[in-house]
Design a binder for this molecule. Sequence first.
Ligand SMILES: [Zn+2]
Length: 488
Amino acid sequence: MRVVAGQISHETNSFSPVSTGLEEFRARGYATGEEVTERFLGTRTPLGGFFSAGEEAKMEILPTVAASAVPSGIVCADAYQHLLQQLRTGIAAAGDIDGVLLALHGAMVVDGIADAEGDILRQVREWVGDDVPVVCTLDYHANVTDEMVQRADGLFGYNTYPHVDGFERGVEACEFLAAVLDGSVCPVRSVTRPPLAPPVVPARTGWGPMRELMERAFSWEERDGVIDVGAYGGFVYSDVRDAGLAFVATVDGDRELAAHITRDLAGRAWELREDFVADLLPPQEAVWRAMQACGRPVILADVADNTGGGAAGDGTELLRAMLELGAEEAAVIMIPDQEAVQRAFSAGVNGSFSGEVGGRIDGLSGDPVQVDGRVRLLSDGQFTHRGPMSTGLRSDLGRTAVVVCGGVEVMLTERRLQPLDPAVARSVGIEPVYRKMVAVKSAVHYRAAYEPLAEEIIEVDGPGLSSPNLDRFDFQNIRRPVFPLDSM
Ligand SMILES: [Zn+2]
Protein backbone atom coordinates (compact mmCIF):
# COMPACT_ATOMS: atom_id res chain seq x y z
CA MET A 1 0.00 0.00 0.00
CA ARG A 2 1.19 3.47 -0.91
CA VAL A 3 0.28 6.25 1.49
CA VAL A 4 1.29 9.89 1.27
CA ALA A 5 2.05 11.79 4.48
CA GLY A 6 2.35 15.48 5.19
CA GLN A 7 2.11 18.16 7.83
CA ILE A 8 0.89 21.75 7.66
CA SER A 9 0.53 23.03 11.20
CA HIS A 10 0.03 26.33 12.94
CA GLU A 11 -1.81 27.49 16.03
CA THR A 12 -3.02 30.96 15.19
CA ASN A 13 -3.63 33.62 17.80
CA SER A 14 -5.74 36.10 15.85
CA PHE A 15 -5.02 38.83 18.39
CA SER A 16 -1.30 38.82 17.59
CA PRO A 17 -0.16 41.61 15.26
CA VAL A 18 2.81 39.40 14.26
CA SER A 19 1.69 37.82 10.97
CA THR A 20 3.03 34.40 10.05
CA GLY A 21 4.82 34.13 6.71
CA LEU A 22 6.92 31.47 5.03
CA GLU A 23 9.99 32.74 6.92
CA GLU A 24 8.36 31.76 10.22
CA PHE A 25 7.73 28.24 8.89
CA ARG A 26 11.32 28.04 7.61
CA ALA A 27 12.65 29.15 11.01
CA ARG A 28 10.74 26.49 12.94
CA GLY A 29 10.45 23.54 10.62
CA TYR A 30 10.05 23.21 6.88
CA ALA A 31 11.01 20.09 4.99
CA THR A 32 10.01 18.44 1.74
CA GLY A 33 10.37 14.91 0.36
CA GLU A 34 13.04 12.79 2.02
CA GLU A 35 14.01 15.64 4.37
CA VAL A 36 10.70 14.94 6.12
CA THR A 37 11.77 11.37 6.85
CA GLU A 38 15.20 12.50 8.06
CA ARG A 39 13.69 15.05 10.44
CA PHE A 40 10.84 13.01 11.91
CA LEU A 41 11.75 9.32 11.73
CA GLY A 42 12.25 8.12 15.30
CA THR A 43 10.71 11.23 16.92
CA ARG A 44 7.75 11.19 19.33
CA THR A 45 5.59 13.23 16.94
CA PRO A 46 2.54 12.39 14.76
CA LEU A 47 4.80 12.07 11.71
CA GLY A 48 7.10 9.83 13.73
CA GLY A 49 3.98 7.75 14.46
CA PHE A 50 3.02 7.57 10.75
CA PHE A 51 6.48 6.28 9.84
CA SER A 52 6.60 3.76 12.65
CA ALA A 53 3.09 2.31 12.20
CA GLY A 54 3.42 2.47 8.42
CA GLU A 55 6.44 0.21 8.54
CA GLU A 56 4.62 -2.15 10.87
CA ALA A 57 1.62 -2.31 8.47
CA LYS A 58 3.90 -2.76 5.45
CA MET A 59 2.77 0.56 4.00
CA GLU A 60 5.07 2.64 1.87
CA ILE A 61 4.92 6.10 3.49
CA LEU A 62 5.65 8.76 0.88
CA PRO A 63 6.54 12.10 2.52
CA THR A 64 5.39 15.31 0.83
CA VAL A 65 5.87 18.40 3.00
CA ALA A 66 6.19 19.06 6.73
CA ALA A 67 5.81 22.66 7.84
CA SER A 68 5.07 24.16 11.22
CA ALA A 69 5.69 27.58 12.73
CA VAL A 70 5.77 28.81 16.30
CA PRO A 71 2.26 30.02 17.22
CA SER A 72 1.73 33.65 16.22
CA GLY A 73 -0.69 35.82 14.28
CA ILE A 74 -2.74 35.10 11.16
CA VAL A 75 -0.93 33.12 8.43
CA CYS A 76 -0.25 35.07 5.23
CA ALA A 77 -2.28 33.84 2.27
CA ASP A 78 0.78 33.46 0.02
CA ALA A 79 2.62 31.32 2.60
CA TYR A 80 -0.44 29.10 2.94
CA GLN A 81 -0.87 28.74 -0.83
CA HIS A 82 2.81 27.84 -1.14
CA LEU A 83 2.54 25.09 1.49
CA LEU A 84 -0.68 23.77 -0.04
CA GLN A 85 1.01 23.69 -3.45
CA GLN A 86 3.91 21.70 -1.96
CA LEU A 87 1.41 19.20 -0.60
CA ARG A 88 -0.38 19.00 -3.93
CA THR A 89 2.87 18.51 -5.85
CA GLY A 90 3.94 15.80 -3.40
CA ILE A 91 0.64 13.97 -3.77
CA ALA A 92 0.75 14.25 -7.56
CA ALA A 93 4.36 13.00 -7.65
CA ALA A 94 3.40 9.96 -5.61
CA GLY A 95 1.21 8.71 -8.48
CA ASP A 96 -1.26 5.96 -7.60
CA ILE A 97 -1.91 6.10 -3.86
CA ASP A 98 -4.11 4.17 -1.45
CA GLY A 99 -4.44 6.75 1.35
CA VAL A 100 -3.43 10.09 2.83
CA LEU A 101 -2.14 10.79 6.34
CA LEU A 102 -1.94 14.39 7.49
CA ALA A 103 -0.61 15.92 10.71
CA LEU A 104 -2.72 19.06 11.11
CA HIS A 105 -3.29 21.40 14.03
CA GLY A 106 -6.92 22.47 13.78
CA ALA A 107 -6.54 26.08 14.94
CA MET A 108 -4.84 27.59 11.92
CA VAL A 109 -6.31 30.81 10.57
CA VAL A 110 -5.20 32.11 7.19
CA ASP A 111 -5.83 35.63 5.94
CA GLY A 112 -9.29 35.21 4.34
CA ILE A 113 -9.74 31.55 5.47
CA ALA A 114 -11.00 31.13 9.04
CA ASP A 115 -11.05 27.30 8.89
CA ALA A 116 -7.70 26.49 7.27
CA GLU A 117 -7.75 22.78 8.13
CA GLY A 118 -11.28 22.45 6.70
CA ASP A 119 -9.92 24.06 3.54
CA ILE A 120 -6.88 21.75 3.39
CA LEU A 121 -9.05 18.64 3.84
CA ARG A 122 -11.57 19.87 1.25
CA GLN A 123 -8.84 20.45 -1.32
CA VAL A 124 -7.02 17.17 -0.62
CA ARG A 125 -10.36 15.39 -1.00
CA GLU A 126 -10.80 17.07 -4.40
CA TRP A 127 -7.30 16.06 -5.53
CA VAL A 128 -7.49 12.41 -4.49
CA GLY A 129 -11.22 11.75 -5.01
CA ASP A 130 -13.74 10.10 -2.71
CA ASP A 131 -12.29 6.60 -2.88
CA VAL A 132 -8.94 7.38 -1.25
CA PRO A 133 -9.25 7.65 2.54
CA VAL A 134 -7.88 10.80 4.16
CA VAL A 135 -7.01 10.57 7.85
CA CYS A 136 -5.49 13.25 10.04
CA THR A 137 -4.15 13.89 13.50
CA LEU A 138 -5.16 17.10 15.25
CA ASP A 139 -3.85 19.07 18.17
CA TYR A 140 -5.88 19.05 21.39
CA HIS A 141 -6.35 22.78 20.75
CA ALA A 142 -8.11 22.20 17.42
CA ASN A 143 -11.28 24.20 16.84
CA VAL A 144 -13.06 21.33 15.15
CA THR A 145 -15.48 22.39 12.36
CA ASP A 146 -18.19 20.49 10.49
CA GLU A 147 -16.13 20.85 7.31
CA MET A 148 -13.16 19.04 8.92
CA VAL A 149 -15.37 16.22 10.19
CA GLN A 150 -17.13 15.83 6.83
CA ARG A 151 -14.00 15.84 4.65
CA ALA A 152 -11.75 13.52 6.66
CA ASP A 153 -12.42 9.81 7.13
CA GLY A 154 -10.93 9.98 10.61
CA LEU A 155 -9.60 12.66 12.96
CA PHE A 156 -7.34 11.73 15.85
CA GLY A 157 -6.78 14.54 18.32
CA TYR A 158 -4.23 14.47 21.12
CA ASN A 159 -5.72 13.16 24.34
CA THR A 160 -3.27 15.05 26.47
CA TYR A 161 -2.40 18.62 27.41
CA PRO A 162 0.64 18.79 27.86
CA HIS A 163 0.71 16.99 24.52
CA VAL A 164 2.71 13.86 25.19
CA ASP A 165 0.81 11.52 22.85
CA GLY A 166 1.56 12.93 19.39
CA PHE A 167 3.36 9.74 18.41
CA GLU A 168 0.55 7.50 19.68
CA ARG A 169 -2.08 9.49 17.77
CA GLY A 170 0.04 9.19 14.61
CA VAL A 171 0.17 5.43 15.12
CA GLU A 172 -3.57 5.30 15.78
CA ALA A 173 -4.35 7.31 12.63
CA CYS A 174 -2.18 4.99 10.54
CA GLU A 175 -3.73 1.83 12.01
CA PHE A 176 -7.20 3.27 11.41
CA LEU A 177 -6.28 3.97 7.78
CA ALA A 178 -5.15 0.35 7.41
CA ALA A 179 -8.49 -0.85 8.83
CA VAL A 180 -10.44 1.37 6.40
CA LEU A 181 -8.33 0.12 3.50
CA ASP A 182 -8.87 -3.55 4.29
CA GLY A 183 -12.60 -2.95 4.71
CA SER A 184 -12.78 -4.08 8.32
CA VAL A 185 -14.47 -0.85 9.43
CA CYS A 186 -17.02 1.48 7.88
CA PRO A 187 -16.59 4.66 9.95
CA VAL A 188 -19.20 7.35 10.56
CA ARG A 189 -18.58 10.50 12.60
CA SER A 190 -20.38 13.00 14.75
CA VAL A 191 -19.26 16.30 16.26
CA THR A 192 -20.90 18.38 19.01
CA ARG A 193 -19.67 21.75 20.19
CA PRO A 194 -21.11 23.06 23.44
CA PRO A 195 -21.22 26.89 23.70
CA LEU A 196 -18.07 26.79 25.79
CA ALA A 197 -14.66 28.34 24.98
CA PRO A 198 -12.44 28.38 28.06
CA PRO A 199 -8.88 29.75 28.13
CA VAL A 200 -6.19 27.07 27.78
CA VAL A 201 -4.73 27.13 31.31
CA PRO A 202 -7.66 25.53 33.20
CA ALA A 203 -8.25 23.07 30.33
CA ARG A 204 -5.24 20.88 30.97
CA THR A 205 -6.12 17.21 30.88
CA GLY A 206 -4.47 16.07 34.11
CA TRP A 207 -6.73 18.19 36.27
CA GLY A 208 -10.32 19.33 36.81
CA PRO A 209 -13.08 19.30 34.22
CA MET A 210 -11.06 18.07 31.24
CA ARG A 211 -9.69 15.15 33.21
CA GLU A 212 -13.23 14.04 33.90
CA LEU A 213 -14.30 14.58 30.28
CA MET A 214 -11.31 12.66 28.93
CA GLU A 215 -12.09 9.76 31.24
CA ARG A 216 -15.71 9.84 30.08
CA ALA A 217 -14.52 9.80 26.44
CA PHE A 218 -12.24 6.82 27.16
CA SER A 219 -15.08 4.89 28.77
CA TRP A 220 -17.21 5.45 25.65
CA GLU A 221 -14.33 4.03 23.59
CA GLU A 222 -14.76 0.71 25.38
CA ARG A 223 -18.24 0.28 23.89
CA ASP A 224 -18.51 -2.19 20.98
CA GLY A 225 -18.15 -0.53 17.60
CA VAL A 226 -16.72 2.72 18.94
CA ILE A 227 -13.44 3.44 17.15
CA ASP A 228 -12.41 6.76 18.69
CA VAL A 229 -13.84 9.50 20.89
CA GLY A 230 -11.97 12.81 20.85
CA ALA A 231 -12.34 15.58 23.43
CA TYR A 232 -10.88 18.88 22.27
CA GLY A 233 -10.10 21.92 24.38
CA GLY A 234 -10.15 24.27 21.40
CA PHE A 235 -8.19 27.49 21.07
CA VAL A 236 -10.30 30.48 22.01
CA TYR A 237 -7.57 32.96 20.95
CA SER A 238 -8.08 32.02 17.29
CA ASP A 239 -11.35 33.97 17.57
CA VAL A 240 -13.08 31.98 14.82
CA ARG A 241 -16.77 31.11 14.86
CA ASP A 242 -16.31 27.54 16.09
CA ALA A 243 -13.51 28.18 18.61
CA GLY A 244 -13.83 26.20 21.82
CA LEU A 245 -14.59 22.75 23.15
CA ALA A 246 -15.60 19.99 20.73
CA PHE A 247 -16.33 16.29 20.97
CA VAL A 248 -15.91 13.97 17.99
CA ALA A 249 -16.96 10.33 17.90
CA THR A 250 -15.95 7.88 15.18
CA VAL A 251 -18.07 4.74 15.21
CA ASP A 252 -18.26 1.67 12.99
CA GLY A 253 -21.50 2.15 11.08
CA ASP A 254 -23.80 3.44 13.86
CA ARG A 255 -24.53 7.14 13.25
CA GLU A 256 -27.05 7.32 16.10
CA LEU A 257 -24.53 6.06 18.62
CA ALA A 258 -21.89 8.54 17.42
CA ALA A 259 -24.33 11.43 17.88
CA HIS A 260 -25.43 10.14 21.28
CA ILE A 261 -21.81 9.99 22.53
CA THR A 262 -20.89 13.52 21.50
CA ARG A 263 -24.13 14.94 22.94
CA ASP A 264 -23.45 13.14 26.22
CA LEU A 265 -19.95 14.63 26.48
CA ALA A 266 -21.07 18.12 25.48
CA GLY A 267 -23.84 17.98 28.07
CA ARG A 268 -21.43 17.03 30.85
CA ALA A 269 -18.95 19.72 29.73
CA TRP A 270 -21.71 22.29 30.03
CA GLU A 271 -22.49 21.16 33.58
CA LEU A 272 -18.80 21.60 34.45
CA ARG A 273 -18.41 25.03 32.82
CA GLU A 274 -17.87 26.98 36.04
CA ASP A 275 -14.88 24.76 36.88
CA PHE A 276 -12.76 26.10 34.00
CA VAL A 277 -11.06 28.76 36.14
CA ALA A 278 -7.38 29.58 36.62
CA ASP A 279 -5.90 30.63 39.95
CA LEU A 280 -3.22 33.24 39.22
CA LEU A 281 -0.91 35.53 41.23
CA PRO A 282 0.39 38.94 40.09
CA PRO A 283 4.13 38.88 39.18
CA GLN A 284 5.44 40.68 42.32
CA GLU A 285 3.43 38.47 44.64
CA ALA A 286 4.52 35.33 42.75
CA VAL A 287 8.24 36.21 43.01
CA TRP A 288 7.86 37.14 46.68
CA ARG A 289 6.25 33.78 47.41
CA ALA A 290 9.01 31.95 45.52
CA MET A 291 11.63 33.83 47.60
CA GLN A 292 9.97 32.61 50.82
CA ALA A 293 9.69 28.97 49.71
CA CYS A 294 11.73 26.41 51.66
CA GLY A 295 12.39 23.94 48.84
CA ARG A 296 13.51 24.41 45.26
CA PRO A 297 12.92 25.05 42.48
CA VAL A 298 9.73 27.09 42.35
CA ILE A 299 8.50 27.26 38.77
CA LEU A 300 6.90 30.59 37.88
CA ALA A 301 4.74 29.95 34.84
CA ASP A 302 4.25 33.07 32.77
CA VAL A 303 1.03 31.65 31.35
CA ALA A 304 -0.09 34.84 29.59
CA ASP A 305 3.19 35.24 27.70
CA ASN A 306 3.19 31.71 26.33
CA THR A 307 4.96 31.61 22.98
CA GLY A 308 3.16 28.32 22.39
CA GLY A 309 -0.15 30.19 22.47
CA GLY A 310 0.90 32.94 20.11
CA ALA A 311 2.07 35.46 22.71
CA ALA A 312 5.33 37.25 22.03
CA GLY A 313 7.28 35.46 24.76
CA ASP A 314 9.41 38.53 25.38
CA GLY A 315 7.34 39.68 28.34
CA THR A 316 9.25 41.37 31.10
CA GLU A 317 7.03 41.52 34.17
CA LEU A 318 8.52 38.50 35.96
CA LEU A 319 12.08 39.64 35.20
CA ARG A 320 11.20 43.13 36.44
CA ALA A 321 9.74 41.74 39.67
CA MET A 322 12.82 39.54 40.25
CA LEU A 323 15.17 42.49 39.79
CA GLU A 324 13.10 44.87 41.93
CA LEU A 325 12.74 42.38 44.78
CA GLY A 326 16.38 41.28 44.58
CA ALA A 327 15.67 37.61 43.87
CA GLU A 328 18.65 35.26 44.16
CA GLU A 329 19.46 32.07 42.26
CA ALA A 330 16.72 32.95 39.79
CA ALA A 331 16.53 32.26 36.07
CA VAL A 332 14.29 33.56 33.30
CA ILE A 333 13.80 31.00 30.51
CA MET A 334 13.65 32.79 28.13
CA ILE A 335 13.29 36.15 26.36
CA PRO A 336 13.56 36.29 22.57
CA ASP A 337 15.23 39.60 21.71
CA GLN A 338 17.49 39.87 18.66
CA GLU A 339 18.87 43.29 19.61
CA ALA A 340 19.81 42.18 23.11
CA VAL A 341 21.46 39.03 21.74
CA GLN A 342 23.49 41.13 19.33
CA ARG A 343 24.59 43.35 22.22
CA ALA A 344 25.64 40.31 24.25
CA PHE A 345 27.60 38.86 21.33
CA SER A 346 29.34 42.20 20.78
CA ALA A 347 30.30 42.31 24.46
CA GLY A 348 31.58 38.72 24.43
CA VAL A 349 31.81 36.25 27.32
CA ASN A 350 32.54 38.10 30.59
CA GLY A 351 31.86 41.41 28.86
CA SER A 352 29.53 43.85 30.54
CA PHE A 353 25.99 44.12 29.29
CA SER A 354 23.86 47.18 29.70
CA GLY A 355 20.62 47.83 27.90
CA GLU A 356 16.95 47.20 27.62
CA VAL A 357 15.61 43.69 27.26
CA GLY A 358 12.28 42.36 25.95
CA GLY A 359 8.95 44.03 25.31
CA ARG A 360 9.67 44.62 21.62
CA ILE A 361 7.86 41.98 19.57
CA ASP A 362 4.23 42.98 19.97
CA GLY A 363 4.50 45.38 22.89
CA LEU A 364 1.67 43.55 24.66
CA SER A 365 3.66 41.60 27.27
CA GLY A 366 5.13 44.47 29.31
CA ASP A 367 7.62 47.25 28.63
CA PRO A 368 11.37 46.70 28.09
CA VAL A 369 13.41 46.27 31.29
CA GLN A 370 16.86 47.79 31.89
CA VAL A 371 19.40 45.03 32.54
CA ASP A 372 22.92 45.87 33.76
CA GLY A 373 25.08 42.82 34.16
CA ARG A 374 27.65 40.49 32.66
CA VAL A 375 27.55 38.06 29.74
CA ARG A 376 28.07 34.59 31.21
CA LEU A 377 27.67 32.43 28.12
CA LEU A 378 27.09 32.55 24.37
CA SER A 379 25.77 29.62 22.35
CA ASP A 380 24.43 28.58 18.95
CA GLY A 381 21.00 27.81 20.44
CA GLN A 382 20.86 24.21 19.22
CA PHE A 383 19.21 21.66 21.47
CA THR A 384 17.27 18.38 21.34
CA HIS A 385 13.97 17.80 23.17
CA ARG A 386 14.61 15.28 25.96
CA GLY A 387 11.39 15.58 27.96
CA PRO A 388 8.13 13.71 27.32
CA MET A 389 7.06 16.09 24.50
CA SER A 390 8.46 15.93 20.97
CA THR A 391 11.23 13.72 22.32
CA GLY A 392 14.16 13.50 19.97
CA LEU A 393 13.18 16.54 17.89
CA ARG A 394 16.07 18.96 17.28
CA SER A 395 15.35 22.67 17.66
CA ASP A 396 17.14 25.90 17.00
CA LEU A 397 16.80 29.01 19.19
CA GLY A 398 19.16 31.03 17.01
CA ARG A 399 22.12 32.71 18.67
CA THR A 400 21.62 32.60 22.41
CA ALA A 401 23.15 34.41 25.38
CA VAL A 402 22.92 34.24 29.16
CA VAL A 403 23.26 37.55 30.97
CA VAL A 404 23.66 37.66 34.76
CA CYS A 405 22.17 40.64 36.57
CA GLY A 406 22.46 40.46 40.36
CA GLY A 407 20.98 37.10 41.37
CA VAL A 408 19.08 36.66 38.10
CA GLU A 409 20.20 34.81 34.97
CA VAL A 410 18.37 35.88 31.83
CA MET A 411 18.43 33.61 28.79
CA LEU A 412 18.20 35.68 25.60
CA THR A 413 17.49 34.11 22.21
CA GLU A 414 17.11 35.24 18.62
CA ARG A 415 14.08 33.04 17.98
CA ARG A 416 10.75 32.51 19.72
CA LEU A 417 9.95 29.08 21.07
CA GLN A 418 7.98 27.76 24.01
CA PRO A 419 10.62 26.66 26.56
CA LEU A 420 8.55 23.69 27.67
CA ASP A 421 11.51 21.34 28.01
CA PRO A 422 14.22 21.74 30.68
CA ALA A 423 16.61 20.86 27.82
CA VAL A 424 16.25 24.53 26.79
CA ALA A 425 17.71 25.75 30.11
CA ARG A 426 20.24 22.92 30.28
CA SER A 427 21.52 23.78 26.80
CA VAL A 428 22.96 26.95 28.36
CA GLY A 429 24.18 25.39 31.57
CA ILE A 430 21.18 26.29 33.72
CA GLU A 431 20.08 23.24 35.69
CA PRO A 432 16.56 24.13 36.96
CA VAL A 433 16.87 21.78 39.96
CA TYR A 434 19.69 23.93 41.38
CA ARG A 435 17.87 27.25 41.03
CA LYS A 436 15.62 28.79 43.65
CA MET A 437 13.11 29.96 41.07
CA VAL A 438 12.76 29.54 37.34
CA ALA A 439 10.40 31.60 35.18
CA VAL A 440 9.15 29.75 32.08
CA LYS A 441 7.09 31.20 29.26
CA SER A 442 4.55 28.45 29.01
CA ALA A 443 0.90 27.93 29.88
CA VAL A 444 0.72 24.18 30.49
CA HIS A 445 3.25 22.21 28.37
CA TYR A 446 6.11 22.86 30.82
CA ARG A 447 4.24 20.71 33.33
CA ALA A 448 5.10 17.47 31.48
CA ALA A 449 8.79 17.78 32.32
CA TYR A 450 8.84 20.38 35.13
CA GLU A 451 6.14 19.00 37.44
CA PRO A 452 8.26 16.00 38.53
CA LEU A 453 11.21 18.22 39.46
CA ALA A 454 9.37 21.27 40.87
CA GLU A 455 8.94 22.00 44.57
CA GLU A 456 6.05 24.26 43.70
CA ILE A 457 4.39 25.74 40.63
CA ILE A 458 2.93 29.24 40.62
CA GLU A 459 0.84 30.44 37.67
CA VAL A 460 1.42 34.14 37.12
CA ASP A 461 -1.10 36.74 35.96
CA GLY A 462 1.06 38.84 33.66
CA PRO A 463 0.17 40.68 30.47
CA GLY A 464 0.24 38.87 27.14
CA LEU A 465 -1.83 37.34 24.36
CA SER A 466 -2.41 33.98 26.06
CA SER A 467 -3.85 35.46 29.25
CA PRO A 468 -6.58 33.33 30.85
CA ASN A 469 -8.36 36.60 31.56
CA LEU A 470 -10.55 36.71 28.44
CA ASP A 471 -12.03 40.10 29.37
CA ARG A 472 -8.77 41.60 28.09
CA PHE A 473 -9.56 40.59 24.49
CA ASP A 474 -11.88 42.15 21.94
CA PHE A 475 -13.49 39.07 20.38
CA GLN A 476 -14.98 39.66 16.93
CA ASN A 477 -15.75 36.36 15.28
CA ILE A 478 -16.49 33.68 17.83
CA ARG A 479 -20.18 32.64 17.93
CA ARG A 480 -22.16 34.30 20.70
CA PRO A 481 -23.34 33.68 23.26
CA VAL A 482 -20.46 31.53 24.45
CA PHE A 483 -19.29 30.84 27.99
CA PRO A 484 -17.34 32.37 29.74
CA LEU A 485 -17.40 35.46 27.46
CA ASP A 486 -21.13 35.66 28.08
CA SER A 487 -22.77 34.76 31.36
CA MET A 488 -25.13 31.90 30.60
ZN1 LIG B 1 -1.91 22.43 21.58
